[in-house]
Design a protein around this ligand. Structure first.
Ligand code: BTN
Length: 249
């Protein structure tokens, strides 16, 4: 199928009109030994998934894609790639929205426009003994035409925020090119450049936030993003290092 999408090497694009979930397909391909650089893109998903087992409603009109990577590093470092993806998505959104629109990254890897969620990332991986990576799938959803109304955290879309003439094709190309640039920088220079750029877009840095963890909910100041990407929360006078959770204000 001609897609009109032109991705630089080493990407290889696999496109579908409809699929269960681009993450599931990327994982099937990874299990079959597919190489790094596969991009699975679908116009709609019938079983799109979000973080923590939530549903990701995936009607045609939005962007749904998954990147298959095989980073040669420990699993905790590979998680830094989700910051590269959310930053690439934030920059992609900002590039098509009216000048001056607030586009922020919400820890760990959501993108907010004017305080509403426009993009989410689902990271899935398989490690090998001693903690190295076999594969990593980064699934990205971007609301272009549709956004859910009945969600805990308010959502939005590029259309709602005033972007003109945007298509999944244009945004897929824009996002994957930006991600590749960040990935190459990360391989050469480590996490610091991404960390600094992410902090410039960080939502609620220095402010009071609520972090919902698996077994408890903590309130405190969002003090910093540490050198590995963990959120540092100043909670009742102590610094807590948080590696997974949902953040609210
Ligand atoms: C979240 O914020 O909860 C993460 C949402 C991730 C959605 C994307 S859409 C493409 C890929 N395929 C899926 O089933 N999920 C991710």
């Amino acid at each position: 199928m001609t897609t009109g999408v032109n991705l630089p090497s080493p990407y290889k694009l696999l496109s579908y009109d409809s699929i269960d979930s681009t993450n599931e397909e990327a994982k099937r391909l990874a299990a079959d030994g597919a190489p790094e650089g596969i991009v699975v893109w679908a116009r709609e998903q019938t079983a799109g998934r979000g973080r923590r087992g939530r549903e990701w409603v995936s009607k045609a009109g939005n962007l749904y894609c998954s990147l298959l990577l095989r980073p040669n590093c420990h699993a905790f470092k590979a998680m830094q790639l989700s910051f590269i993806a959310s930053l690439a998505m934030a920059d992609t959104a900002a590039s098509v929205l009216p000048k001056g629109t607030f586009v922020n990254c919400k820890w760990p890897n959501d993108v907010l426009v004017e305080g509403r969620k426009i993009s989410g990332i689902l990271l899935e991986s398989k490690t090998v003994p001693l903690g190295g990576m076999d594969w990593l799938v980064i699934g990205v959803g971007l609301n272009i035409k549709h956004y859910p109304e009945d969600v805990e955290f308010p959502a939005t879309s590029l259309d709602r925020e005033g972007a003109k003439d945007v298509t999944p094709e244009i945004l897929l190309e824009n996002f994957t090119r930006r991600f590749l640039a960040g990935y190459v920088t990360w391989k050469n220079l480590g996490f610091q450049p991404t960390r600094k750029a992410w902090l410039r877009r960080a939502a609620w840095l220095g402010q009071e936030i609520t972090v919902r963890l698996e077994r408890e909910t903590l309130k405190g100041e969002f003090k910093a993003l540490d050198k590995d990407g963990a959120l540092i929360l100043l909670h009742e006078g102590n610094e807590r290092r948080i590696t997974a959770g949902d953040v609210f204000v």
